[in-house]
Design a protein around this ligand. Structure first.
Ligand code: ASP
Length: 332
């Protein structure tokens, strides 16, 4: 027969065991590091992407995410992982960033990029660059070498040259596919803006618990008058806070600026106690959908949970954690 005190002891023991199990489970679930990338969202369907091109994108996404993962696995910082990963994507003509950037209405390439560190509210960004090979490194230089957050146009280019960044002839950014896309857009101004975009982004959580988010883009094909999108706007296209999450966006930039998308994901977590997934889903599928703001975002929360959310047909995307790698393009 159980006595009353024995019953109480047994109940206590089971409760303690349950608490330990739950906690161990939660801890086991938090990865040592995590990295997530995107290569732009838009009208990306199996019908308009040939199997050869699909393979090329999968390979490029795999290489990009692996660069960052290796750095994080070896104990490197999230800043280094984000910079190296984005530089790789900027150097690839497949993505609308760096080489492969889309053309403006005047037939030029004007590049925007930004970076934010979740640890100390440090941020840097550049807009309208025409001759800096890797705009993400320019954004990092603004963050680390100036007391400013954002530099634009000629002044930004002068700063980049003085800071020793690699300067190229503007023709470096020419790719035939993007030039043809501009010619098509010039002929048909009503052309769906979703066919004319792209961007690359990366968010990483390192083994020290620091989150960094970065974004780099050529903007939108046929953009006019020194147009600047969301990618270099801290709080719109990029945001990071170690206490909540890091975010990088891609999509129709004007909507992402008006809705301060990246910061809003973090704010919903910080002020309203939402999970990163809940916050991202709400903003992408409710708030932006209502105003026909197309695009998506990638995010990583402080516990290494990955979010890849979009309201367009597809988004080039991938993530990696210890022992886990996922690469996707279409909406499945
Ligand atoms: N958000 C970028 C811009 O508006 C373009 C994109 O991500 O597709 O400049």
């Amino acid at each position: 027969m159980f006595t009353r005190s024995l019953l109480i002891k047994l109940t206590l023991l089971i409760s303690v065991q349950f608490f330990v199990d739950v906690n161990m489970h939660a801890q086991a679930k938090k990865p040592a590091y995590a990295i997530v990338i995107h290569g732009g969202a838009g009208v990306i369907t199996r019908q308009n992407l040939s199997p050869e091109r699909e393979k090329m994108y999968i390979l490029a996404l795999d290489s990009a995410v692996s660069i960052g993962e290796k750095i994080l696995a070896n104990g490197g910082t999230s800043l280094e992982a984000v910079e190296k990963t984005i530089r790789f994507m900027e150097d690839s003509p497949l993505f609308n960033a760096g080489r492969g950037a889309v053309f403006t209405n005047e037939g030029k390439n004007e590049l925007d990029a930004s970076i934010m560190m979740g640890s100390g509210e440090m941020a840097g960004s550049v807009a309208g660059l025409t001759n800096v090979k890797n705009p993400i490194s320019a954004a990092i230089a603004v963050m680390t070498k100036t007391s400013h957050v954002m530099l634009a146009g000629k002044g930004a280019e002068k700063f980049c040259a003085e800071a020793g960044l690699e300067i190229v002839d503007p023709s470096y950014f020419y790719t035939e596919a993007r030039y043809n896309a501009l010619q098509k857009a010039l002929k048909d101004e009503s052309d769906n803006p979703d066919k004319k975009r792209g961007t690359v982004g990366c968010v990483a959580l390192d083994q020290f618990g620091h989150i960094v988010a970065g974004t780099s883009t050529g903007g939108m094909t046929n953009k006019k008058f020194g147009r600047v999108g969301d990618a270099p706007i801290i709080g719109a296209g990029t945001y990071a806070n170690d206490a909540s999450c890091g975010v990088s966006c891609t999509g129709h930039g004007e909507f992402f600026i008006r809705h301060t998308v990246a910061r809003n994901v973090a704010a919903m977590m910080e002020y309203a106690g939402k999970s990163c997934q809940e916050a991202a889903s709400y903003i992408i599928h409710e708030e932006l959908k209502k105003v026909k703001g197309e695009g998506g975002l990638i995010a990583l929360d402080k516990d290494g949970n990955v979010v890849m959310e979009f309201n367009s047909e597809g988004m080039y995307r991938a993530y990696a954690k210890p022992g886990e790698k996922v690469i996707k393009i279409f909406n499945d």
